[in-house]
Design a protein around this ligand. Structure first.
Ligand code: ZN
Length: 335
């Protein structure tokens, strides 16, 4: 089997995916038309051309603008369902997706509209493609603690649909401690916790996410290499890092894929995983991310499969479901 066929067919598990970040320019236009919203672009090609980012903030500015076309439950359904068709094509067997309620509630869209559309699509996707999933609600860290508490309150009615809470948006200037109390309350309510840390921000944000927010996974975390003791700790405890290679090069966290440290971390025994983050904006879904890492670093089939094994280990599903996911990977590898 050719390497690229192996990568395409390899069963994959995604743990770091913002559903709003799967809004393709074509769908942005379709929804703008459906909801009679005027976009500051005249064509999908023009949107694509605007996706030249210099850093995280330059991406976020255009990302929030794009999300304005999402109004009704059906819009969130269509967005999520389109993502699942991509997953199906890429042989993603399980996905844990983020959504940002504040991006929508701040502009008057009810929390229920958002969660119900996403959840219904995930149920249909499971039935039609066999893709299992979980939902994680993220707080926008550039907003204040009070706003995060409001979102948490709204999430309580949907505990059956939301497995955990996370922290995303602008890392610089918005350290984890800003949300210590919100996360404590979330854990008290039974939510698992994750946080974006050590992407653009300093390694201290990784330490603080572990200690103050008591996270079960670090999203990104690539700046851990600035602290050798932390790298050892992450390897020893198998604390997962949900790494997003194409996102990292697109946002200049690394100049080029050859400079990315994900393979170095994998070989040091860390529980690193490959994810697509905001694939509509960063140039690729899961298979594209695997291909990009392999092209620059040259991976064995065992190493490629290890990324899936790590993701299964790091996932928020039950022991039984982990065994089922592992069985799918084993069946593929035995072939
Ligand atoms: Zn992210």
């Amino acid at each position: 089997m050719h390497q690229s066929n192996f990568i395409q067919q390899l069963p994959k598990v995604e743990l770091h995916l913002h559903i709003e970040g799967t809004l393709e320019p074509e769908m942005m236009f379709e929804l703008a038309q459906r909801n009679q919203i005027t976009l500051p672009f005249t064509s999908p090609e023009e949107v694509q051309a605007a996706y030249e980012f210099t850093n995280l903030q330059s991406f976020l500015d255009i990302y929030y603008q794009g999300a304005n076309v999402l109004i009704n439950e059906q819009d969130f359904y269509d967005l999520t369902y389109a993502y699942l068709t991509r997953c199906h094509k890429d042989n993603v067997i399980h996905s844990e997706i983020f959504f940002d309620p504040q991006t929508h509630t701040e502009r008057g869209i009810p929390f229920d509209t958002v969660i119900n559309g996403i959840h219904r699509a995930l149920q249909d996707g499971c039935e039609e493609f066999g893709i299992t999933s979980r939902i994680i609600m993220c707080f926008l860290r550039h907003l204040d603690e009070e706003s995060a508490f409001t979102s948490l309150g709204q999430a309580l009615e949907h505990k059956d649909k939301i497995i955990g809470v996370g922290l995303d948006s602008s890392e610089l200037g918005h350290p984890p401690e800003k949300f210590t109390r919100v996360f404590a309350k979330a854990r008290e309510e039974g939510f698992l916790t994750v946080a974006h840390a050590g992407e653009e921000g300093p390694v201290t944000n990784i330490h603080d996410s572990l200690e103050l927010l008591k996270v079960s996974r670090i999203d990104h975390g690539v700046r851990c290499v600035d602290d050798a003791d932390l790298v050892d700790y992450l390897a020893k405890t198998r604390m997962p890092l949900t790494v997003c290679p194409l996102s990292n090069t697109k946002l200049k966290v690394f100049d080029q894929m050859q400079d990315h440290n994900i393979v170095e971390l994998l070989r040091k025994g860390l529980c690193v995983t490959i994810n697509s983050d905001d694939p509509a904006y960063f140039g690729g879904y899961m298979t594209d991310n695997f291909l990009a890492v392999d092209k620059s670093h040259g991976l064995t089939w065992e190493e490629l499969a290890q990324f899936t094994l790590n993701a299964i280990e790091a996932s928020f599903v039950s022991r039984e479901e982990k065994l089922e996911l592992t069985a799918k990977l084993d069946a593929f590898m035995a072939d």
